[in-house]
Design a protein around this ligand. Structure first.
Ligand SMILES: C[S@@+](CC[C@H](N)C(=O)[O-])C[C@H]1O[C@@H](n2cnc3c(N)ncnc32)[C@H](O)[C@@H]1O
Length: 530
């Protein structure tokens, strides 16, 4: 039996929000809510030698539930960027630029001068006694490298509580010491800040380098401006990585991050997000995590070379008449060769990684806006890559959205293309559900594509005066479309309206409303419809 948070007497009623605190009666729960609501979250922090701090669910969480929402501690431009507005973070150019009247930093409009995000660099520039001047908007401007760092450093004197949280975050400074990035940070960020702003007596070089590491390891891209900005969050930074995560992030228009359960999460389960591209090969994900977050991922997906049977990283066996796929024994321990799961044929690891890199490079330069190029890629590389190789998935994703978009509208497509589009979307959803069930954005988009193709196919069916064959019955299609739209809305419901996915969700809601009215009319009076 636990104790009441208010009077400490034995208590059995737990808070439904977090399952972490208990009360002896409703009145005490109400009384405590004012102070508890800031801490009421369905997870608790734990610490282990391997992952460091991480969060574990304190109650069962349903798929689609908002786990928590938080505002960033610091927001700022990405390290390498063309000049952006110091207020809203959007790109500026020589025509749209104006300067802060106090410090000279570029802004897109006068209102942005008063954006609180801009205070730190404005403060240190005024202190320096000479305005900043940015005049070339076509190249990455080196001065931007220091902005987000400076905004963090500012907290040391003006928001010490936030500063304490920032320096507690993982920076991997020791591991970074020998990297090119660290050497560049030393010159272009630490030395630059100390000399340019003359703040030697306020900050040490090590402090600045620690902040550089914290930003690299913990920041999340906030996609609400063009380009995205970096955001440093207090709790979101603590969530561990998993290549098959059970949670995902979206952002509110005010810049807050929302963490959503992408799958049901059981009490006691670690809550994870994916720090990398979940639809990429294990080779890519592991390199990306090692280079930017400084750890080797040992999640279930990384330990299973078949990636739950999808063979997302596998090559196709080149032995004639063999349908097997070629994979290493493990992605963790170095091995000299990859072998076929059916005939045992071996290729060297060097060959396998070279082929993967080579095709990856071709994909980078390929025009993924061309249906023909995508089809040619798939036809050519199906001989070399497994059916669900990450590169095939990448091109199929582009193709599924391209067919019927652009010069050839859905209305002008042959039936076969519409069926192919639907088929592609369904196959992709099946793979994503296995490999990355929290990738709701992509699944939501694909569901809307299926709905669009299905509607067009139905439109072409002869109505035959209402005497439908079973397979042509529009009522069945309407109900099916409503189910698809509801699934799409469930996937996209948390996306902000200003992003493509949010707009798609709005449209899906409108279409669903129309279909609901239509189906109601048909059910109420089927004879009218015929
Ligand atoms: C954003 S921080 C997460 C919070 C961090 N654990 C802490 O204690 O501050 C990212 C770092 O956590 C560790 N980490 C996160 N997920 C991990 C995982 N799946 N395996 C190993 N380390 C992980 C790595 O050190 C990584 O660089």
């Amino acid at each position: 039996m636990a104790n009441c948070e208010v009077c400490h007497s034995p208590a059995s009623q737990k808070c439904a929000g977090c399952h972490n605190v208990f009360y002896c009666n409703k009145e005490h729960q109400k009384e405590h809510w004012k102070s508890h609501k800031k801490q009421c979250r369905p997870f608790e922090m734990q610490n282990d030698g391997e992952i460091g701090r991480h969060f574990v669910a304190t109650k069962d969480i349903k798929e689609g539930d908002i786990i928590f929402v938080e505002k960033p501690m610091v927001v700022g431009p990405l390290q390498l960027t063309l000049p952006t507005c110091m207020g809203c973070g959007n790109y500026i150019n020589s025509k749209s630029v104006t300067q802060c009247s106090k410090c000279g930093w570029p802004l897109c409009c006068k209102e942005c001068e008063n954006n609180p995000a801009h205070i730190p660099e404005c403060y240190y520039t005024i202190k320096r006694g000479k305005k900043v001047s940015v005049s070339n908007f076509e190249v990455h401007h080196p001065i931007y490298r220091c902005v987000t760092v400076l905004r963090c450093l500012y907290q040391k004197y003006f928001a010490p509580d936030v500063w304490k949280k920032i320096v507690k975050l993982e920076s991997h400074c020791k591991t970074r010491e020998n990297t090119e990035g660290y050497k560049e940070d030393k010159i272009y960020v630490a030395d630059f800040i100390l000399n340019f702003f003359q703040v030697e007596e306020l900050f040490t070089k090590d402090e600045i380098l620690k902040v550089c590491g914290v930003i690299m390891v913990n920041c999340h891209e906030i996609p609400l401006s063009t380009p995205s900005q970096n955001g440093l969050f207090n709790l979101t930074s603590i969530f561990e990585h998993n290549c098959r995560s059970n949670a995902y992030k979206t952002f509110s228009p005010n810049g807050s991050v929302k963490l959503i359960a992408g799958t049901p999460i059981n009490k006691g389960e670690h809550i994870s997000i994916c720090y990398t591209e979940p639809l990429q090969t294990t080779l890519y994900r592991q390199k990306h995590l090692a280079d930017s977050k400084f750890f080797s991922c040992l999640c279930k997906r990384c330990q299973d070379v078949t990636e739950f049977g999808t063979n997302l990283t596998a090559l196709k066996c080149q032995n004639r008449n063999c349908d097997g796929v070629v994979l290493p024994k493990s992605f963790q321990s170095p091995c000299s060769h990859w072998s076929c799961n059916i005939c045992g044929n071996q290729v060297s690891t060097e060959y396998a990684t070279d082929v993967t890199k080579r095709v990856g490079n071709e994909l980078v330069v390929m025009d993924k806006g061309s249906v023909d190029d995508c089809k040619t890629f798939l036809k050519y590389y199906e001989k070399l890559l497994s059916l669900n190789h990450a590169y095939m998935i990448d091109v199929k994703l582009a193709l599924a959205q391209l067919i019927g978009d652009g010069s050839q509208t859905l209305q002008s497509l042959p039936v076969d293309d519409l069926l192919y589009k639907q088929q592609l979307c369904k196959e992709l959803i099946d793979v994503i559900k296995v490999i990355a069930p929290a990738e709701k954005r992509v699944v939501g988009i694909l569901l809307v594509e299926i709905y669009a193709a299905k509607t067009e196919l139905q439109r072409r069916k002869p109505t035959n005066g209402g005497n439908f064959k079973k397979s042509e019955n529009p009522i069945e299609t309407i109900l099916e479309c409503m189910t698809i739209l509801r699934r799409a809305i469930a996937c996209l419901q948390h996306e902000p309206d200003l992003l493509f996915e949010g707009k798609l969700c709005q449209q899906a809601r409108k279409d669903l409303e129309k279909l609901e009215i239509c189906s109601k009319t048909i059910f109420e009076n089927p004879s009218n419809f015929a």
